[in-house]
Design a protein around this ligand. Structure first.
Ligand code: FAD
Ligand code: NAD
Length: 468
């Protein structure tokens, strides 16, 4: 059957736009469908990009306020222009939107604005308000419709005082106080950003430590450091309700001693996870199935029950990360052209952009214990790093977990300055199955934060660190 396109991607987040670009590069006649007027999805518009812009601005403010004077830099009156900070976030986002428009044109990808809904497995309609619906046919489809914030039973997100990360990134006023429900990735990143500019922040987390999906030692250390900086942490405490009382929000929770507690703040940010988004796709017109959590079911090739319809990113199982969505987009399209690209999910790093940063790849220590996998451990503190001392960034450590027989790297977990960039070398080491001993034999520039990795490899390999 002749179709309008070879490939139609539904959703223009990092999964969707990456898949579309690769498809066009490989010669597919490609279109992308996005329900919003701007391309880029959650990550570009209300996720990775504006949150990192905000974290960067507030980190600069914090450095000038707290670190500069220690280093002999005297600053006069310091003011924060909150609306200007938020405007800069918008501007950074717009630069990325413009970049994506350019990439679509450059790669001759047709962009349809509107909601994509399946008619059958080779045809969709695109519906945009005020326009007649268009029918678009294609040989292949990729569903890349992402995710939306979750909430808790009994909590109504009114977007006024009870908000999600989407509103928190674009508030009109600097909040005096904010309660954050959930000490996961969004919770700790936005807590850091607001605390740095003077908002009184309280995080209430259900688990007994922060960022519970990462190696536990990282969450514990991050908890200590964020508490020390002045963020109030209430762990082991499920939140039960949040109520907008007009001028503030009343949040109730059960504390670690099972006592019912109440706390009031200007805003309540609900950051308890995200759920995959399939509304509007009309999947009932296809054989595509959803799992019990409402995620699109795919096989190991990311193929749905309709062999010509694939799904990637937040809408399917696995970590909700932009680079995971991108890797999956590339894997699907390369696979269709016969280029094998198997994703090893254990080697996808996770990064938290607090200060210090947190990053991990591979098995956590808890997973190794649970699976009965033997390991040896090398842990090196940044306090013993010359580079860290030179920049007053001595918090945190590098932890290497390796196989006791051959020294293959099983996991690397870092909390410390520049962990987000340091983790890349650990990913390479794992991908190419390098051993801790081999990793002690290469040269690390001095003085760098990367030297902390070398000392951790020296410890795990049994040779012993040089610097402690
Ligand atoms: P999305 O980015 O969610 O894009 C899906 C797109 O599909 C949306 O534009 C949506 O409008 C569109 N769509 C949905 N249904 C239809 C339809 N029927 N028709 C047409 N279009 C449709 N990840 C990181 O790796 N690093 C980070 O630093 C990071 N920071 C984050 C910060 C925040 C505050 C948040 C909320 C998330 C963050 N993430 C981060 C997670 C990251 O944003 C997601 O993992 C990523 O966006 C998933 O990409 P995706 O392509 O699967 O979907
Ligand atoms: P998350 O899963 O990271 O954290 C949610 C937290 O809420 C968990 O710690 C959980 O224990 C807690 N929680 C659940 N119910 C609770 C209750 N009743 N009371 C108190 N706490 C409760 O989810 P998130 O922080 O909302 O982030 C959503 C997704 O976005 C994540 O999958 C994350 O990977 C992605 N993201 C990534 C980055 C990054 O890569 N830097 C940044 C932001 C978001």
């Amino acid at each position: 059957m002749a179709t309008d396109f070879d490939m139609v991607v539904i959703g223009s987040g990092p999964g969707g736009y990456t898949a579309a670009i690769r498809a066009a590069q490989l010669g597919f006649r490609t279109a992308i469908v996005e329900k919003y007027k701007v391309l880029g999805g959650t990550c570009t518009n209300v996720g990775c990009i504006p949150s990192k812009a905000m974290l960067d601005s507030t980190e600069n403010f914090d450095i000038i306020q707290h670190k500069a004077s220690k280093q002999g830099i005297e600053v006069g009156n310091l003011n924060l222009n909150f609306p200007a900070l938020v405007d800069r976030n918008k501007n950074v986002v717009k630069q990325n939107n413009d970049g994506l428009n350019f990439l679509m044109k450059k790669n001759k990808i047709q962009v349809f604005t509107g909601v994509g809904s399946f008619v059958n497995n080779t045809s969709i309609t695109v519906t945009n308000e005020g326009e007649a619906p268009k029918t678009v046919t294609s040989q292949y489809f990729i569903i890349a419709t992402g995710s939306k914030p979750s909430t808790l039973p009994g909590i109504n997100i009114d977007k006024q005082r009870i908000i999600t990360s989407t509103e928190a990134l674009y508030l009109k006023e600097k909040p005096g106080s904010m309660v954050i429900i959930g000490g996961g990735v969004i919770g700790v990143e936005l807590a850091s950003a607001y605390h740095r500019i003077g908002t009184k922040v309280t995080i209430i987390e259900y688990a007994d430590s922060l960022i519970p999906t990462m190696d536990k030692e990282l969450g514990k250390e991050l908890g200590k450091l964020l508490s020390k900086s002045g963020i109030e942490l209430i762990t082991g405490s499920p939140v039960k309700s949040a109520e907008n009382t007009g001028s503030s929000v009343k949040v109730t929770y059960t504390d670690a001693n099972k006592a019912e507690k109440e706390i009031t703040a200007d805003y309540c940010l609900v950051a308890v996870g995200r759920k995959s988004y399939t509304a509007g796709l009309a999947l009932e017109n296809t054989k595509v199935k959803l799992d019990a959590k409402g995620m699109v079911e795919v096989n190991e090739n990311l193929q749905t029950a309709e062999p010509n319809i694939y799904a990637i990113g937040d809408v399917i199982r696995g970590a909700m990360l932009a680079h995971k969505a991108e890797d999956e987009g590339i894997a699907v399209v390369d696979g269709l052209k016969g280029h094998q690209h198997k994703i090893n999910y254990l080697r996808i790093p996770g990064v938290v952009y607090t200060w210090p940063e947190v990053a991990g790849v591979g098995y956590t220590e808890e997973q190794l214990k649970a699976e009965g996998i033997e390991y040896r451990k090398g842990k090196f503190p940044f306090l013993a790093s010359g580079r860290a001392r030179a920049s007053d960034d001595t918090d945190g450590f590098v932890k290497v977990l390796s196989d006791p027989k051959y020294g293959e790297i099983l996991g690397v977990h870092i909390i410390g300055a520049r962990a987000a960039d340091l983790i890349a070398s650990a990913v390479i080491a794992m991908e190419f199955e390098l051993t801790d001993t081999e990793l002690t034999k290469i040269s690390y520039a001095h003085p760098t934060f990367a030297e902390a990795l070398k000392d951790a490899f020296l410890i795990s390999s049994g040779k012993g660190a040089i610097n402690i």
